[in-house]
Write a protein that binds this ligand. Structure first.
Ligand code: B1M
Length: 209
């Protein structure tokens, strides 16, 4: 029987070759894909998120783990779809209009994927109407915006207003270095997170609310 703890360990260490090998073996041995996801990938990424939150590891290690997860996920995803496994929810994410910073946003997206969300990433410099159009067409439950410049923070409020005016039933989350809880409250966002690990916690709370 394949060792899913070993898979979680490989994710934590960012050992891509080992993670891919264990995932492939587990699938060959007919281990249910949901079990591989929960006990291997998500379990590993949970530890990564916790260690990142506690400042025990830093961005490079998280990126290694996230890339490892992505490689294993490429094998697992078609099997999850075949098995009809539903994601925790659909999360649309992007960096707001005028802003080209995406390192933090990518990190948040990877951690959300690691936690079991389906993530639709719109990239950078995303205008409000694109957020609205995709939120509607993809039927998402959560929309996340990232901004790294004080000059692009107002684009968050514009996007939020556009989403509300479009009458979409979505929870809206904001984040990025200059963004604060006070700013999130001021513009009426449903959630704010200071880092990628917290973003997962907040997203899980919002989807459960
Ligand atoms: Co830019 N830049 N930059 N830059 N850049 C900053 C942000 C800056 C603080 C540097 C400085 O002056 N000290 C400054 C902003 C000042 C301000 O507005 N107060 C700045 C500036 C001024 C600029 C330009 C205007 C420079 C110029 O051209 N004159 C220009 C703007 C371009 C544009 O966007 N239109 C510019 C350009 C660039 C590069 C392209 C060169 C590059 C970006 C490359 C890329 O992203 N692909 C860049 C970089 C790398 C930086 C710094 C050095 C690093 C940013 C970063 O990636 N941090 C930055 C200075 C710094 O922070 N030390 C700086 C690491 C990342 C993991 O953190 O993005 O905060 P962060 O994400 C965190 C959290 O914030 C949170 O989780 C993440 C992980 O824990 N989070 C969320 C992020 N999004 C979230 C969303 C959520 C929840 C949490 O929910 C949805």
């Amino acid at each position: 029987m394949v060792d899913l703890k070993g898979l979680a360990e490989a994710i934590i260490k960012g050992d891509q070759a080992k993670a891919v090998h264990i995932t492939r073996t587990a699938l060959e041995q007919k281990v249910p894909p949901k079990q591989i996801l929960d006990e291997g990938l998500i379990a590993g990424m949970e530890v990564v998120g916790q260690r990142f939150k506690n400042n025990e590891i830093f961005i490079p290690e998280v990126l290694f783990s996230a890339r490892t997860m992505k490689a294993a996920m490429a094998l697992l995803e078609p099997e999850l779809v075949k098995a009809g496994v539903k994601p925790l929810g659909k999360f649309l994410i992007g960096t707001v209009k005028g802003d080209l910073h995406d390192i933090g946003k990518n990190l948040v997206a990877m951690m959300l994927k690691g936690a079991g969300f389906e993530v639709i990433d719109l990239g950078v410099d995303v205008p409000p109407d694109k957020f609205v159009e995709k939120a509607r067409s993809m039927g998402v439950q959560l929309v996340g915006m990232s901004a790294l410049l004080t000059t692009t923070m107002p684009a968050m409020e514009k996007t939020l207003t556009a989403l509300r005016q479009a009458g979409l039933d979505v929870k809206i989350m904001v984040g990025g270095a200059p963004v604060t809880q006070a700013y999130a409250d001021k513009i009426g966002a449903d959630g704010y997170a200071p880092n990628a690990a917290e973003a997962v916690t907040v997203a899980k709370c919002l989807i459960a609310a």
